[in-house]
Design a protein around this ligand. Structure first.
Ligand code: ZN
Length: 515
């Protein structure tokens, strides 16, 4: 909001991508505080730098997946998406500017590096001196020499979903008495869910919670997890719960999936989708391959192994999936942090995942709990949990990471608490498409007991560091598939403490967040 700040940021993007003269861009955001003002500034700066055309969502709104789709649909040269994802909004909340490239995906490292370099030498920015545009009427208008095309933010995205999924089957499911509830968390997916779930699929309007986007998301975090979507959680855990519950985040790219009395972890959801996607029209030809971020549970790998699919483990961050999707090596991909998606766009996609589940439920005519049970019976269950330790002293956290790195080479074969290490590595990723190598992406420690521990440091900043501890343990079944995940993972917690002494070191009894 500081005068010139956004302008410098945007000019650095224009300069970093080699200018925008004659180019076509897509612009929109999740509706959070400052979205409207930012869109006007970006349009005037695009006009001043000679862009030919900008496609902008009505009132400046576009979900991240819808923006990715519009870039691809219109063969645009890129897009600017305004969002801070699942982080809170408002005058004291968060705001973000993302640049996506012509494939519709987040800018890869060479592009962000070029933008950063441009920012380091920036001496001026260009902006058209013009009144704000009215972004309510649909259709083209002019801003200087540039065409501004105001589009319905939902229409093209909804049409894409209708191509991928069997809407008739989902409509029949809804009219058979199947009850659904969707929580838009006062964020951008409200209008999308209304058009798709209510208008096109016939769900009652009362199925939607918090469906009007608000600049401050009603004061909450638009983060679809059991903590921030606790009202939805308690609705779904009640005896009279609907058959299916779901939520999405601020900009619509994340999802949470629930059945009556059951929460589906993002890792399990990805595995179930991989095992059942061929039941939907868009994926009836099968999958080219699948991909997950390294910390995501290997439930996906179990499906890939049985179905003869290639399975890739990438560093955390959606941009690492882009090459695999572009090269046709993977069709589906996902992250433990509630992101799931496919090659239909180049972002993760919250409503796409919700509709995938609904289409699968419509075909299989089983409850969410029944589908999970039969999945675990067939593939085994990967018990999984992430423990976050927040606001740690940054220096002490960095010290801990250094200490663990020193020990890594000597861990194989050694006991850690009740478990025995079979392999330990500092995860690095060689992109099979372009050969680029990304190093130091987290410690991965595998145990002989079919368990795994992953440690990653993130969010180093003024308020300290966050240490993420990911724990996983596989049970083949048929017995032992109904434990509480925290109980099933107790030995991995002990092993983690044996390696890091982190609870003792930071004086913590328990993690700040458990998912
Ligand atoms: Zn997001």
């Amino acid at each position: 909001m500081e005068p010139g700040y956004l302008e410098n940021f945007i000019q650095s993007i224009w300069d970093g991508i080699g200018g925008i003269e004659g180019k076509c861009l897509v612009v929109g955001g999740d509706g959070r505080f400052f979205n409207k003002q930012a869109v006007q500034i970006i349009l005037k700066m695009a006009a001043a730098s000679g862009a030919a055309r900008v496609i902008v969502g009505q009132e400046g709104l576009l979900s991240t997946p819808a923006a990715s789709h519009l870039i691809r649909l219109n063969e645009a040269d890129g897009g600017v998406i305004l969002s801070a994802s699942h982080n809170p909004g408002g005058p004291d909340g968060d705001f973000g500017v993302k640049f996506n490239t012509a494939n519709g995906g987040p800018a890869p490292a060479p592009v962000t590096e070029a933008i950063y370099q441009a920012s380091a030498t920036l001496s001026e920015y260009h902006i058209l001196d013009a009144p704000d545009l009215d972004l309510t009427p649909l259709g083209p208008q002019r801003l200087g020499e540039m065409v501004v095309e105001v589009v319905d933010p939902v229409a093209d995205y909804a049409a894409l979903m209708e191509e991928i999924y069997d809407f008739q089957a989902i409509r029949a499911l809804f009219s058979s008495g199947f009850r659904v509830t969707f929580d838009a968390m006062h964020a951008v997916t409200g209008p999308y869910a209304h058009e798709i779930l209510v208008n096109r699929l016939g769900a009652p309007a009362a199925s939607l919670r918090n469906a009007t986007p608000l600049p401050d998301f009603g004061g909450g975090h638009p983060d679809p997890n059991p903590v921030w979507a606790h009202e939805l959680m308690s609705q779904m855990m009640a005896s009279e719960a609907p058959d299916f519950g779901a939520a999405s985040d601020g900009d619509g790219d994340r999802n949470m999936i629930l059945g009556r009395g059951i929460y589906v972890t993002p890792s399990d959801s990805l595995a179930v989708i991989a095992a059942n996607a061929q039941l939907t029209p868009g994926y009836s030809a099968g999958l080219a391959g699948v991909a997950r971020s390294m910390p995501t549970s290997s439930a996906l790998d179990r499906v890939a192994e049985k179905r003869g699919l290639d399975c890739y483990a990438t560093p955390t961050g959606w941009k690492f999936f882009g090459n695999l999707l572009d090269a046709g090596r993977a069709t589906l991909c996902g992250e433990e942090s509630a992101g799931t998606g496919s090659d239909h766009i180049r972002e993760k996609d919250g409503l796409w995942a919700v509709l995938m589940w609904l289409n699968i439920l419509a075909v299989r005519q089983q409850s969410v709990a029944e589908i999970m049970r039969s999945h675990w019976q067939e593939f085994g269950r990967n018990y999984y949990s992430r423990h976050d330790y927040e606001d740690l002293d940054a220096e002490a956290a960095a010290e801990l990471i250094d200490e663990v790195r020193q020990k890594l080479d000597k861990l194989a074969g050694a006991p850690l608490g009740p478990l025995t290490v079979s392999a330990a590595e500092d995860f690095s990723y060689a992109d099979p498409v372009d050969g680029s190598v990304t190093t130091q992406q987290g410690f991965q420690i595998n145990f002989a007991e079919d368990a795994r521990l992953v440690l990653r440091l993130s969010g180093t900043g003024t308020s300290g560091a966050t240490l993420r501890v990911y724990m996983e343990r596989f049970v083949a079944g048929p017995d032992g598939l109904d434990s509480d995940p925290q109980d099933a993972l107790a030995d991995v917690v002990i092993a983690c403490e044996a390696l890091t002494a982190l609870r003792q070191r930071f004086g913590r009894d328990a993690p700040d967040v458990m998912t």
